[in-house]
Design a protein around this ligand. Structure first.
Ligand SMILES: [Zn+2]
Length: 181
């Protein structure tokens, strides 16, 4: 029931495995497959930036993956379809799930997760700006202290260095606000 409420990379692999890439490649890119080894079937590479006369390209339906020994591209079928059709991740998943009857009722969740991730990155960026400001504040204090007590300034600088490495904004704020003692 809630199996696909959140699409993990594991479930992306499930989607890849349920996608009949051999039929899809034959119908859309004229791929003619020959049986290879260990579950691989091979054809000439369908990517437009690789003109391939030998069957360098292979897919493994059981594993849901592809690899080209000519141009080096490899990955799961989601990546394969996405590159070949020049579609983004969400559109590719939609298309593949429709083609293979894969339950994709979680798609809103993926979009939601993307939005959440974007927001988290923005917050990280804001935190970085706050940290930069605090370091600037500390630097001004150090420059002032250098004129009166160089040793103290140097110690403070070393301690600042240690705290910055820890990337803990709370600790940094406390340290900078406490000032040089
Ligand atoms: Zn290739």
């Amino acid at each position: 029931m809630a199996r696909h409420s959140q699409m993990t990379s594991f479930e992306l692999n499930d989607l890849s495995k349920s996608f009949q890439a051999d039929i899809w490649l034959a119908e859309n890119f004229g791929c003619e497959f020959i049986i290879g080894q260990n579950g691989w079937i091979n054809c000439s590479c369908p990517f437009e930036d690789h003109s391939d006369s030998s069957p360098s390209f292979g897919i493994n339906l059981e594993k849901g993956i592809f690899k080209c020994f000519g141009c080096g591209k490899s990955g799961n079928f989601v990546k394969l379809v996405s590159i070949l059709l020049k579609k983004d991740f969400i559109d590719t998943i939609k298309l593949m799930s429709e083609a293979s009857g894969f339950d994709i009722s979680n798609l809103d969740t993926i979009e939601y997760k993307n939005e959440k991730f974007k927001k988290a990155l923005e917050e990280k960026n804001q935190e970085k700006q706050k940290i930069d400001k605090l370091i600037l504040k500390a630097t001004i204090k150090i420059k002032k202290a250098m004129h009166t007590n160089f040793e103290k300034a140097e110690k403070y600088y070393q301690k600042l260095d240690e705290i910055v490495v820890q990337n803990n904004i709370k600790l940094l704020r406390e340290f900078v606000n406490d000032g040089i003692k």
